[in-house]
Design a protein around this ligand. Structure first.
Ligand code: MN
Length: 370
């Protein structure tokens, strides 16, 4: 059989000699013969077909190791391998597109017009916030939207608490968009870090704000998955199948004393350190929010509230309202009324959210600040 020089082979295959040298080095197309003295490469005419196929597969972006295998397969087998490869690429591209769309919306703060995921559960929500009966300011802030619910309870003198809670809610709000399911916890974690850094910047710019901080309890939906971030003593509750569950753990001195069996539940309210938080967002570099991933179900009802509700209304009273008042707006108002009846010593903020498969969707979220 007549061998071709690399120049002849390059012309016949439409590939450059440089490309042929590269294919040889990468083990994609080994010359039929290499002159031991001159190192010239010689190719068999039968290799033209493989050379063309290698060039095509490289243009497709196929990894070298896969090209090495596929380019030597019989055509029908190569076709099968190619189909499987391309299916994987399209799935990866779809996932990356989803991530890119979310990131563009989140970073620009403009949200995205992603088509609705058919498995997405709908959330019907209501938010109520009240200054209460004894405070001069409302330092709570909240946000309720189709994908994000958040309550923040600010602290710090001279209205600094209001600044902190509002800043943290602002930093979270861009998450009210389609977050890919696999990114829920990452997205919440990123937003909370961004919120914390924002507090640090504000304190540095204005030392009068030093000492300010805020709690944060937030839920973020994607499909039927739910991510929860929590720091401080605001709470999230779930009513499922008629039962009330508290799904957050207070980061307070009394809660840790309770956990350690050092005080009884009856001693909590009168404890001198009842209000003291162990953890909050305050711009400190080291902070530890609780993050959890949960499965939402149609029929679930969630309550997010600041301590202005749960310190004065007992769990049984809260459960009664959540179980018996079907309309979320009305339920949120009734919960605020519970705190008012108890003297409302603190600001009260409640978000009530019902999960369903109904196609109803509100246009924009609701922001509340003190
Ligand atoms: Mn409070």
């Amino acid at each position: 059989m007549e061998l071709m020089t690399s120049g002849e082979f390059a012309r016949a295959s439409g590939l450059s000699r440089k490309a042929l040298r590269l294919y040889d080095e990468l083990g994609l197309l080994t010359p039929a013969q290499v002159d031991p003295a001159s190192q010239y490469r010689f190719y068999a005419p039968a290799q033209l077909e493989q050379a063309r196929l290698v060039a095509w597969l490289r243009r497709l972006g196929m990894p070298l190791a896969t090209i090495r295998t596929v380019s030597t397969m019989p055509p029908d087998q190569a076709a099968g391998a190619l189909a499987a490869y391309w299916e994987r690429i399209e799935a990866e591209t779809a996932a990356r597109r989803e991530l890119a769309t979310f990131l563009i919306g989140y970073l620009s703060g403009k949200g995205t017009g992603m088509p609705e995921n058919p498995t997405t559960l709908t959330v019907r929500y209501a938010v109520q916030s009240d200054i209460g009966l004894q405070r001069a300011d409302n330092e709570d802030a909240a946000y309720a939207g189709a994908r994000l619910l958040a309550v923040a309870d600010g602290m710090g003198g001279h209205a600094a608490g209001e600044v902190a809670s509002a800043a943290v809610i602002d930093a979270l709000r861009p998450l009210d968009t389609e977050v890919p399911e696999g990114e829920l916890l990452n997205a919440l974690d990123h937003a909370v870090r961004r919120a914390n850094a924002n507090l640090r910047d504000q304190v540095q710019a204005n030392p009068a704000l030093s000492g300010m901080g805020t709690t944060l309890t937030a839920l973020l939906w994607s499909g039927s998955q739910l991510a929860l971030v929590h720091i401080g003593d605001s709470r999230a509750y779930l009513v499922r199948d008629g039962e009330l569950f508290q799904i957050t753990h207070d980061h307070t001195v009394v809660q840790s004393l309770l956990d350690d069996g050092k005080i009884t539940p009856a001693e909590v309210a009168s404890h001198p350190q009842a209000m003291l938080l162990l953890r909050a967002l305050s711009g400190e570099t080291a902070f530890e929010p609780d993050l959890q991933l949960r499965q939402a179900r149609p029929g679930d009802r969630y309550l997010l509230c600041s301590d202005g509700l749960h310190r004065v209304a007992d769990a049984a009273a809260i459960a009664r309202v959540l179980r018996t008042v079907a309309d979320p707006d009305e339920a949120a108002r009734d919960l605020v009324a519970l705190a008012m009846e108890a003297g409302a010593p603190d600001n009260i903020t409640c978000i009530v959210a019902d999960v369903s498969t109904a196609r109803e969707r509100r246009a924009g979220g609701i922001s509340v600040r003190g």
